[in-house]
Design a protein around this ligand. Sequence first.
Ligand code: BG6
Ligand code: GLC
Ligand code: GLC
Length: 965
Amino acid sequence: MLGFSIFPEVSGMPHTEREELTPKENNQLLLPGGHPPMWNHMDSIGPIGLPHREGVPGCSQEGLPYPSNSSELVLECLQQFKVTGTQLQQIQARLLGSMEQALGGQASPASAVRMLPTYVGSIPHGTEQGDFVVLELGATGASLRVLWVTLMGTGGHRMEPRSQEFVIPPEVMLGPGQQLFDFAAHCLSEFLDALPVGKQGLQLGFSFSFPCHQTGLDRSTLISWTKGFRCSGVEGHDVVQLLRDAIKRHGAYNIDVVAVVNDTVGTMMGCEPGVGPCEVGLVVDTGTNACYMEEARHVAVLDEDRGRVCVSVEWGSFGDDGVLGPMLTTFDHALDRESLNPGAQRFEKMIGGLYLGELVRLVLAHLAQQGVLFGGCTSPALLSRGSILLEHVAEMEDPWAGAARVHALLQDLGLNVGASDVELVQYVCAAVFTRAARLCAAALAAVLSRLQHSREQQILQIAVATGGRVFEQHPSFLSILQETVMLLTPECDVSFIPSVDGGGRGVAMVTAVAARLAAHRHLLEETLAPFQLNREQLAAVQAQMREAMVKGLRGEASSLRMLPTYVRATPDGSERGDFLALDLGGTNFRVLLVRVTAEGVKITNQIYSIPENVAQGSGQQLFDHIVDCIVDFQQKQGLSGQSLPLGFTFSFPCRQLGLDQGILLNWTKGFSASDCEGQDIVCLLREAIGRRQAVELNVVAIVNDTVGTMMSCGYEDPRCEVGLIVGTGTNACYMEELRNVAAVAGDSGHMCINMEWGAFGDDGSLGLLRTCFDASVDQASINPGKQSFEKMISGMYLGEIVRHILLHLTSLGVLFRGQQTQRLQTRDIFKTKFLSEIESDSLALRQVRAILEDLGLPLTSDDALMVLEVCQAVSQRAAQLCGAGVAAVVEKIRENRGLEELTVSIGVDGTLYKLHPHFSSLVAATVRELAPRCVVTFLQSEDGSGKGAALVTAVACRLAQMARV
Ligand code: BG6
Ligand code: GLC
Ligand code: GLC
């Protein structure tokens, strides 16, 4: 294993002083003493191989002369570390290509970079506040850091975080995953023990710096370990869950892991607000990587078309597909072979702090073995992996360190340090560092080109947050990087900003956002909980419905009226003739011509509108309008002057005294025309016909739409003995035993009963299930206190329920950033069709958002998901309540007939039922659950209930004829 150690921070010099040391020409590197090494000028010459000598002397082997030209031999060897400007441009271009491929989702498994979306969607506003615990694992070698970060929002001053560092024992880094996470939980407790935190709930941000597939701010699956870690049982698992489990096992504190963040993201997000948008995070620590804000529409896996998302490039694995081939030195190959992950993270192994010391060691050992350094002597330490660390290299390479310090470090390695060795070792360190900085610059240049390209800006002004020990401990790394970036991307104006608190603040920022989102989710779930009905609740609805049916049939007080329809049989196929039909009360008012022949039924129909002022005006106005429409239809169809029998589908509760007599009990849905309630609708229609003297119409039957639908489907399937409507309103009818119908004389045979189940619960029996949103919808309706069941189920109301929930969530700050808009206050902006569209499986979230934006709602992508969930909760409850009602009906039929098992069909109509993507299957599932002894087939009515009304009329005509004969 490669070694780690935590060295005290090397104090850097003031920036201005450092700048004087900076070479002006990019390709030059100043070596200690101010002399540029000759290989810096060899841009055109390719890498030269190591001089190969047989019989390299060890200390014991005397006789080999110490070469007088050792500095030339060292420089010759270091030639391998030279990366030309052309090569840098190639890296930049290849990396950019690889990034774009991965973004487009075309990457092969051996893809060079991963481009992992992080679920961080915006850079911080600075308004984030609160106390957060941050746990950092994986950024800085074998150390684990715990921080306590207080965010003060915009007003407050900055507070320094408290932090503690823990060294992870080597056996933990390579042992079972559980041990690692237990260690982390233990460190957390130790840190918190020293703070006055007590048992309060704490929110933790987990900085986990390895390649992970994130599926949310707090869900992240480790793809593969990198750097010095290789714990078993973690790859392929959610690291947040592993940490949560460990914290739970430990049991000491009440900590919720709210967010997981890569170190690059923490670095970027921690950028002090005020210095302009910082949209790139660059880390060169143990490993290296960058993240940046990409346009979400370019990230294929996200299926999102607006906004930006932070993407972790994971450029450490660039070159794993072999593209770095010619640039790799023999030392790189040796280092890779001996690493924990041979063949992987090839780019990182040329840049990351974990590897720089090792590269220097391999070069020094080689040169010693070649007799070029240390009098041709190695030492056990020099030959041991991990003996030279990043900190050593930084010190040795630092031109201000002084020869004495380098000398001392080399002596600590047990080396025999000669007069010229110090300077030559500094050459080696500089060469390895310079290459790292320039390669890193090429990679950053690729990210900047990407940003410039996707933002279509001529000059990209951008701030890059930098973090990691390589920047902190090695001042010239940044200068070389900066100059190389300038050369490679002259069109970018880049400012580099060192990270705050080693990225801890940024992690706290993300955690604050995640905590807010989690709190919002909690409020959402709390709000929607009353809409989630369990089996017991649904079974209770079924039982109450059953009881109300029985009472209604007996004429006892009940919210179900159970109205006899005088339809005694479903069609037998012998019906013939031409009929007119009206269909009033659903979404459309239709006039139809229905021709029933031996070959089948042919329908011609026309839709007419009923303006709201007519539906809610005077009764006379309404019926005059209806007759006008009929006259118009007759003219268009060439039927003027003919008096065809007419069937009237009238979808409101009517007490019928015969087929052609129906007293409107009360209006429902959006109708409230005056002077109609308590009147016979057929009379009102006949009177209107009378007022329009030119027409003659023969009104034969009035039928409810449920009955029309049952009859219409019954013409195709004789088992159809139930009619169900789930449209603007909701209702059901079914064939009841006449003996059970108190209001109609006779003991044998059947009669179709219009249940008017929309009114179910008007006696308060649904009390516990009704939410405050149902109450608001009811209050604002034109018939408060009426149609309780209908208002929880049907299309006219579901959108309104959704709207009231959205208003509530907005007032809690959960939606639309807490801004109440005029739009959302507008009644009926949500139509049934929106619910159906929004919940369609084939719709991506961005399409959902488009629909909502068309409605004028100012939403973010989080809002769109929440609105979808609200719609789902509301429509699911509606379908299940409807299912419970259907279950009560079919069970009653089964028991009426004393059957073990009933096979029955139900004719169904209504836009909600037909257009909603999940409504029908949820109804069927609920019926299966609650009425297991009934085999129910749902038949969707294709022709509307007008056909049924015509069939009822046909039967009535036939009977009337028979009576006359
Ligand atoms: C139609 C029927 O198809 O569905 C009408 O012909 C019925 O009679 C209607 O009222 C119910 O659905 P909606 O969605 O139009 O109210
Ligand atoms: C490694 C990790 C990456 C991290 C980087 C810097 O490359 O895979 O996630 O950002 O190191 O710590
Ligand atoms: C309303 C009416 C009812 C009708 C139903 C479906 O509930 O009162 O008669 O069947 O809507 O349209």
